[in-house]
Design a protein around this ligand. Structure first.
Ligand SMILES: [Zn+2]
Length: 334
């Protein structure tokens, strides 16, 4: 997987090499179309990287659950171990003292009127010893099992952290290179494209004014049994977030799962939610126009440990959220 991403980065660098070789200006329409096709291809590849990122996230969730389960087992066994240690210690003392404990020698011999009574006591003693031995056997077995679980989990955690670090570094590189290519492209195009190489459609803008990659993650499992009610648009930290349409900022948030957030009530009647922002540049009640800067991409709230992205929601007529993927895709992929 990581080798593939490294390959993607390489092809991207080759594309950038082509761009810089041509220098300025590029006049041929065929050449411009060629660059456009290449940018499109790399955007699709960046989306693939997001898919892999999502897979790692869910792998991590599973691993975390397994670690918690193993920990509960360890606690239980340690409690059992304490009890067994205490039992063995008590037995040893009682044997030494020759007290009335059933396991002591005196229990076998004292007042054993006849051989039948002696046999009865011996059988009882054997049963007690066997049950202790079984417990000890089980204990040894589970203890070994536990040692293996702990070892595997530790190895997996290390592997996971490394894979994640590599993926984040590589996808960050892809995005930065893509941003550079887009900027170069916009420069070549002059005034035709002044909005990160994208044209608004029917007055609507891509909420992210910069490189962005995303997949349809509607309904994906999230922590605490929640379901994903938006689209996670991955973009470098600090990328401008703009108004998808004109409207009024009717709510500002700071804290909880969303971190730094705001709600835009569009003049079209729909409500739009932007979360995990690093910073908002608007205040409650402010009127904004389509494409206006509202905030910057970040990873506040429960996105602290993930790559920076905007969690974007659409609530038609202010009602329940619907899948925003189909809405933003044409706006952000052109
Ligand atoms: Zn999200």
């Amino acid at each position: 997987m990581l080798r593939r991403i490294a390959f993607l980065t390489m092809t991207l660098l080759v594309t950038l090499g082509v761009l810089s070789l041509h220098g300025n200006p590029i006049s041929s329409a065929a050449e411009i179309d060629d660059i456009k096709a290449k940018i499109k291809k790399h955007e699709a590849e960046a989306d693939e990287a997001v898919k892999e990122f999502e897979a790692i996230q869910s792998w991590e969730d599973t691993a975390r659950k397994e670690i918690l389960e193993a920990k509960a087992k360890v606690d239980l066994l340690e409690e059992k171990e304490d009890k067994l240690t205490e039992l063995v210690r008590r037995r040893a003392i009682e044997m030494y003292k020759g007290s009335g404990d059933p396991l002591s020698l005196s229990f076998l011999t004292s007042d054993a009127a006849d051989i039948t009574e002696y046999d009865r006591r011996t059988t009882y003693l054997e049963t007690v010893i066997k049950s202790d031995t079984d417990t000890l056997g089980e204990y040894t077995r589970v203890k070994e099992e536990l040692r293996v679980i702990k070892k595997v989990n530790l190895a997996r955690q290390k592997e996971l952290a490394q894979a994640r670090k590599n993926l984040e570094r590589e996808s960050q590189r892809i995005k930065e290179n893509l941003a550079a290519a887009k900027k170069e492209y916009a420069k070549i195009q002059g005034n035709e494209y002044n909005y990160y190489g994208r044209i608004p459609i029917e007055g609507r803008y891509c909420p992210v004014n910069g490189p962005v990659s995303f997949i349809d993650s509607w309904g994906f499992a999230r922590s605490g049994g929640r379901r994903h009610k938006g689209v996670d648009m991955m973009s470098p930290h600090g990328t401008p977030l703009v108004a998808i349409t004109s409207g009024v900022i009717d709510r500002i948030g700071n804290g909880g799962l969303g971190g730094i957030t705001f709600w835009l009530r569009g003049d079209d009647g729909h409500s739009y939610y932007y979360a995990h922002n690093s910073r908002n540049t608007v205040v409650k009640g402010q009127r904004v126009i389509a494409g206006q800067l509202l905030a910057y991409v970040g990873n506040t709230g429960n996105a602290r440990s993930t790559a920076p992205h905007v969690h974007f929601e659409i609530h038609p007529n202010g009602g329940r959220a619907v899948n925003p993927y189909q809405w933003v895709r044409p706006l952000c992929r052109q």
